[in-house]
Design a protein around this ligand. Sequence first.
Ligand code: FE2
Ligand code: FE2
Length: 343
Amino acid sequence: MTTPATTPHRSPADSPGLPRARGPLSGSVLAALAGGGTRLPETGAVRASDPYGDDLQLLLYVLYELHYRGFAGVDERLEWDPALLGVRAAAEDVFLDALRRDSGPGGNDVAEAVDALQLEPVGDDGHSVSHHLQREGELWQLREYAAVRSLYHLKEADPHLWVVPRLRGRAKAAMVAVEFDEFGAGRAEDIHAQLFADLMTDLGLDARYGRYLDAAPAQALATVNLMSLFGLHRRLRGALVGHFATVEITSPPGSRRLAEALRRVGAGVDAQRFYDEHVEADAVHEQVVRHEVIGGLLEDEPGLAADVVLGIEATGHLEDLLGDHLLAAWRDGHTALRTHPHP
Ligand SMILES: [Fe+2]
Ligand SMILES: [Fe+2]
């Protein structure tokens, strides 16, 4: 990789620090980002790694994070370092191959895939995480859930914005209309990521960006890596739209259950507001996304139907893996986090 030779371009000091390594692959990438390592992982070693495992998912996560806020002290030019991008491409191939293999039947019937979401939201067989939390979730489980989800919600809607230059007409106008709401419709205090930070503070969590990266299990990293993967690659614009549709369509029922769970354990108004807001807003968003974003995209580019289905199925698949992990840990009465039993 190139060694930054001239004036360093450091990320802002309030950016999160680099996380701890989770294996040899993430370890050598983290050493390179810290400026103390020059040996990047061999492509063969990346290809041989577990696509859903901690090491590969953390490697992807830290390389993607260079496109969001970076890490304190890490040279900002490494975002476009050719050698790091090469490692990332190998890891993306491993992840995407696994998603294509494991996510579902595939095909190109978008209407059927969307109907399935509306009839039976992802993981919603009565035993989903939100069902559990609604019925019998304890406060410590809700705090763990918020800590794990913070990786996603504190960058909520950010990766979906990357698709905008790749859309046209109806799809573009509708996508931006939904994103306008996600970003607070002109009010900083209403940005959905800010509403989630308020929820975290209400629950006694540390709401700083990236604070729970070390604590998050691989399954949680994978859900965030998925939207970064789809968002950063123009060729995967159909899958990004499928991901966005899944999030918006499955949000109202899940958010309703989570708002109830927070009320039941006596959480404050700020904690409830994030999910209450999503019950309201996403009831509108799901219609706009279905008819205008997906409808408009497929009118322009009917050949992307299979990618939209991939985006829907891959999102459901990774949500299922995360839900299984959380519920298994909680059923046994222990933490679902990797570090620090209670955030
Ligand atoms: Fe939102
Ligand atoms: Fe939304």
